[in-house]
Design a protein around this ligand. Structure first.
Ligand code: HEC
Ligand code: HEC
Length: 244
């Protein structure tokens, strides 16, 4: 990891990335942008997705609001493409649970949509909460391992002390929404997981969850459109579709 300079940008274990201080120094008046740290990457992310990311074959930015970009490492693409070949089918979900999960994500319940876009549905929070946008649930669906999801959502700061996602379930057991599953937080999160699995992956139509005040990003979408088209034609992005 050190030799590939991953830690120039990412924190891992006790090694804090210098990026944090550098971005803070730019003094944009908002908290420094948090790059994902890699300590839990293995248990968080599906290996097929990580392989695609490193090969430069994830056709969308997961965090469109970040200034930094994840470089691709084409030299490793051959080894990594073996991971691509083993890409599993999208997970199945329970429709009834997914519907309950969907309801739980709105303002009247756990309000995940304040910070998370859901496929084509924009983030619902106001300008203030859009400073801490989360990841589109359609992307989360492609990336995450279920075990990680369940542990993470109950206590996000445990995984990343710098995360802007709040801890909703103070005692790790009971949520404030007592009308669903008697407030059983684990069952509610299971329903939300099922909902996330039901979100269609249509990256080209998804809104970029960028704070309204941010300047428009230039040149970011170049190259994406083509690889996305390829996805919809049912073939994997090929050569020339490399991320910028
Ligand atoms: C120039 C800075 C930079 C370097 C160097 C870099 N990364 Fe990244 N990486 C990023 C950024 C920025 C993101 C977030 C991209 C996004 O979410 O849109 C990211 C995301 C990731 C993710 C996904 C993590 C998550 O939770 O979403 C993994 C895994 C990752 N990088 C692994 C690596 C590895 C392994 C290396 C070294 C081979 C590396 N990165 C080198 C900037 C970098
Ligand atoms: C105040 C804003 C906020 C709210 C409300 C919020 N989140 Fe998040 N969420 C975030 C942020 C910020 C991240 C971390 C993004 C990153 O890794 O860079 C995140 C990350 C996640 C992830 C990991 C996604 C991935 O692909 O890595 C999941 C899953 C998630 N949130 C689920 C939920 C659920 C379920 C709810 C409602 C119960 C919720 N969030 C409410 C801000 C929020």
């Amino acid at each position: 990891m050190h030799s590939l300079r991953c830690t120039n940008c990412h924190s891992r274990d006790a090694a804090l990335s210098p990026h944090w201080t550098i971005v803070a120094d730019e003094g944009r008046g908002i908290p420094p942008e948090g790059l994902p740290h890699l300590t839990y990457a293995g248990e968080k992310l599906r290996s097929d997705w990580t392989a695609r990311l490193l090969a430069g074959k994830v056709p969308y930015p997961v965090r469109p609001y970040l200034k930094s970009h994840m470089p691709s490492f084409p030299a490793y693409a051959d080894v990594l493409s073996q991971g691509l070949a083993a890409e599993p089918e999208p997970p199945l979900f329970d429709k009834a649970l997914a519907e309950i999960g969907n309801k739980l994500t709105f303002r009247t319940a756990l309000d995940c949509r304040q910070c998370h876009a859901v496929g084509r549905d924009q983030i619902m929070g106001d300008d203030k909460t859009q400073i801490s946008p989360g990841i589109n649930f359609a992307h989360a669906r492609e990336r995450l391992r279920p075990d990680f999801f369940h542990r993470f959502v109950l206590d996000p700061p445990r995984y990343d002390p710098a995360t802007k996602m709040p801890k909703f379930i103070a005692d790790l057991k009971t949520s404030k929404v007592t009308s669903v599953f008697n407030g059983d937080a684990r069952k509610q999160m299971e329903a939300i997981w099922n909902f996330i699995q039901s979100v269609p992956v249509e990256p080209e139509k998804m809104p970029a969850p960028v704070p309204k005040s941010a300047p428009p990003r230039k040149g970011r979408r170049r190259g994406h459109t083509r690889s996305i088209d390829n996805r919809f034609r049912g073939r994997r992005p090929g050569r020339g579709d490399k991320q910028p």
